[in-house]
Ligand binder design. Sequence first.
Ligand code: UDP
Ligand code: MG
Length: 324
Amino acid sequence: MELSFVLPVCNEQDSLRQLYDEIVEYTSHERYEMIFIDDGSVDGGFDVLSELAQQDSRVKVVRFRSNFGKAAALQTGFRYASGDIIISMDTDLQDNPAEIPNLLAKLDEGWDLVSGWKKKRRDPLGKRLPSKLFNGITSLVTGLKLHDFNCGFKAYRREVVEELDIYGELYRYIPALAHRRGFRVTEMAVEHRPRTHGRSKYGMERLLHGFFDLLTVQLLTRYNHSPLYLFGRLGLLSGGAGFLVSLYLSIMKYAYGMPLSNRPLLFLGMLLIMVGVQLFSIGLIGELVVNLGRRRRGRTEVSIRQFVGLNSLEPRRITGSAES
Ligand code: UDP
Ligand code: MG
């Protein structure tokens, strides 16, 4: 298979036929597939998809029993996709299939992931502003400068999706996660259309979740292998400050005879030491968890770009995909 489309669907029944027609119109590949993931739609969307699948064997449908979210839908689509190249798209017609050839051409320039950029975004202001903030902070924190991390329209080389493990709301950070694993990530302006059918599934709460997820991304990509480096450092900071406070109070008491009974500072010192010990313990537990997981998987988490002069792999020790 040359190309797979991964298409998450949640209550988009009125858009699906047009989307199908447009994808067919703008895809020039010989062999491709469209994998629709019906994420617990409660409209007639699944029936439309079944009909399409009956008429066209390139259409495949995975139907969830309930709504598991866009990340789960994408991840499932990635698992079933068999193409060398994968394109993900929203199914509400906001992403324009006319851009498919452009994304593919960009990928051909040697990128592993081309992420769409909704340069002229056709959404209400209440959505565009928080999104600007989100993208700015994410660029700053992750070190990958993109205007639009969360665009549903993306083209991937197969190796990228094989290594992704998206859950919760982590789909917003796909470019950052891929970048951290060493993939070549870029973005490209794509046309964005206003929503004509159905309703948006996302409101303001996404902002708060977004920032929690940013912490998760940092933890997963920066401190995945050594949680003690992060928590140990914080623990030392807190515990050290607490120690200094207590030292000061002790000196005041024993050298100068000042009683401790009316020193609120004492509580601060104790608190800092206790928090420090707790942070440190979290780090140690984190190390245990990482170690356990690694032993269970029996491998080292690396991302291999290619091999030279090596053709027999010991698959239990090293896994990962590579360009041939
Ligand atoms: N979607 C999904 N599961 C969900 C929510 C959304 O599969 O729980 C799909 C939805 O059908 C659409 C895409 O994810 O194809 C983006 O959703 P939406 O258009 O509501 O987001 P917005 O464009 O408003 O950010
Ligand atoms: Mg949309």
